[in-house]
Design a protein around this ligand. Structure first.
Ligand SMILES: [Zn+2]
Length: 209
C-alpha cells in the first residue's frame, strides 16, 4: 500500500490532470481575497470545491478543517494565495524563489489498531496544514509536468497566462494585434499619421462636394 499523505492521496473521484492542475494554479494565483469575498454563493462553492480537488483534501483532515474555516473567512486564504502568486510569477519570469516552510506543522499519525497477523504494518498518515499542502502541491505539480514553460507573462499587458500552444507569446489576439500595430508604427514612423490625414482629406472632399 502506498504511503498516505493528505495531499498525495487520490481520495477524490475526479482527480485533476497535470494540465488542469497547472491551469487552475495560474487562475488561483491571479485571484485575491476581495474577489473571493465578492463571488456569488454558487461560484464561491465551486471555488472551494476546486481548491479541495487541487489539494486532494480528505474529509476530517487538518487541511479540510482549515478550508472549512476559510469558506467563512476567505481572508484566511491569503497565505496560500500569496504563495501561489509568488510561485507562478517566478515561473513566468524565470526567477528563483525560496519558500520557508510555515504554518501548522501538522502531525504523523501511527495507527496500530488493526495490527495483527494479516496486517504487518501500522497505518501511517502524514498530516499537514493548508500552507504546507499548498507548497507541496505546487512543487510536485511543477516537478511532475513539463508544462511549466506554458506559464507565461504577456509582453504586452504584463498579465500572467497559461499558453494554449508552445508558440503562443501573447495572452490574447487583442494583445498580439496591439503589439503588431505598435511595431508597425515604430518601423514606419509618420506613415499612419499620413494615412489618417489622407482619410480625413477624402472625407472633407466628400462632405463639401
Ligand atoms: Zn496580454
Amino acid at each position: 500500500m502506498a504511503e498516505k499523505h493528505d495531499e498525495a492521496n487520490a481520495g477524490a473521484t475526479n482527480e485533476l490532470s497535470e494540465e488542469e492542475a497547472l491551469r487552475w494554479l495560474v487562475g488561483f494565483s491571479q485571484t485575491n481575497t476581495d474577489a473571493i469575498q465578492a463571488m456569488r454563493p454558487g461560484k464561491r462553492l465551486d471555488f472551494f470545491e476546486d481548491l479541495r480537488r487541487y489539494l486532494n483534501v480528505e474529509q476530517g483532515t487538518l487541511v479540510d478543517q482549515e478550508i472549512l474555516r476559510a469558506e467563512k473567512k476567505p481572508g484566511l486564504l491569503r497565505p496560500i494565495l500569496d504563495l501561489a502568486h509568488e510561485a507562478v510569477n517566478a515561473v513566468a519570469d524565470l526567477k528563483r524563489v525560496r519558500f520557508p516552510r510555515k504554518g501548522p506543522q501538522g502531525a504523523v499519525i501511527i495507527d496500530a489498531r488493526k495490527l495483527g497477523k494479516g496486517n504487518r504494518r501500522p497505518e501511517i498518515r502524514y498530516e499537514t496544514g493548508l500552507y504546507a499542502s499548498m507548497l507541496t502541491s505546487i512543487a510536485s505539480d511543477l516537478d511532475d509536468s513539463d508544462r511549466a514553460p506554458l506559464i507565461r507573462r504577456c509582453p504586452q499587458c504584463k498579465e500572467i497566462f497559461y499558453a494554449n500552444r508552445e508558440n503562443q507569446t501573447y495572452c490574447t489576439h487583442k494583445c498580439a494585434n496591439r503589439r503588431a500595430l505598435a511595431r508597425y508604427e515604430q518601423e514606419n514612423p509618420g506613415k499612419r499619421a499620413e494615412q489618417e490625414r489622407k482619410r480625413y482629406e477624402r472625407r472633407k472632399v466628400a462632405v463639401t462636394e
